[in-house]
Write a protein that binds this ligand. Sequence first.
Ligand code: AN7
Length: 386
Amino acid sequence: MTSLAPDGPPRDRYTGLIDRYRDRLPLQRDTAAISLGEGDTPLIPLSNIPIVRDRDVSLYAKYEGLNPTASFKDRGMTVAVTKAIEDGSRAVICASTGNTSASAAAYAARAGMAAFVLIPEGKIALGKLAQAMMHGALVIQIKGNFDAGMALVKKIADEAPVTLVNSVNPYRIQGQKTAAFEIIEQLGGVPDFHCLPVGNAGNITAHWIGYCEYSSAAGDHTTAACAFCQGNCALLARKVVDHRPKMVGYQATGAAPFLRGELLDHPETIATAIRIGRPQSWEQAWSASRESHGWFDELTDDEILAAQKLLARSEGIFCEPASAISVAGALRDIEKGTIPPGSRVVCTLTGHGLKDPDTAIGQSTAPTTVEAEMAAVQRVILENMK
Ligand code: AN7
């Protein structure tokens, strides 16, 4: 019943999203995947936050920070880099607020390709910079923001033999749509609301494509062995894929072109990952929002940081600030009732908190330093137990 080739990996060992969903991806059957085992990230119920319990909402975090380079970008990058190799390319280029550069650098290293990354000087989190440097990318800091970098790399990729691996590359979006497939499989159904941060707007676009594909496959489902189920078609047969979620996109107040209704020249937010004023998937994200009957909303930097801390302290989940905006927004909408009681809600946590140690340390209490003596240690413990 399996749709894998006879010499493919055993079904019980997860080997990355290209092996898992190849039939749903625009790659040739025999191209070897450039993979680091990305995808298959946990969907974690958030049950310790009082408002969630009070309103009888089922709230889940899709923890994309557990991908190989610690962000959702790896889903798109495995497909984009595999395709670049299929096409004979020798180098990749991107502009980035950090995570795309980390992912591109890692997958290019694995593929034996050169990587060129343009980042806004002083505006990317330390962990992401460390990753791009460590994987051997040529890191070019520009005295300008992400949008300026994006304009530059598009021109360069038009003229030079380098593959652009920002999400304007359609293979990136194709890889990222697999997050929606996984969510349906993990939930055993479709969420009512899907909340996620919006920067360049590639991810909201990709998720919507994923949900639409899954629901149309469910509608057409006649065979016992489809690409989604790989022989286990119970999910589709039970007709649990009977709707599509409302897509809810959150932006930081200082970088919220979807709320202003126009592109912005000077985006600003502590969530540097989404410090973007000119989203490349502008039209596609509006379509996803409209077709799903979802909406966009904005949150302040303080609200973003409060949600980051709440997740870390009450759920044990450390995500980066840009990721926390999905939970900040969902909780506010649950409280307002825009997300009604009884709903099933998924928030994407796009990147790991370790990406941005400076912001985490900056909002936490500094460690207490004492002499290495029992009395001193006891004193400070007792003081803090009061
Ligand atoms: C943690 O790395 O644009 O709306 O250059 O790193 O698909 O852009 C990162 C974006 C959300 C927004 N959360 O996703 C880049 C970059 C995190 C991110 C987003 C990003 P899109």
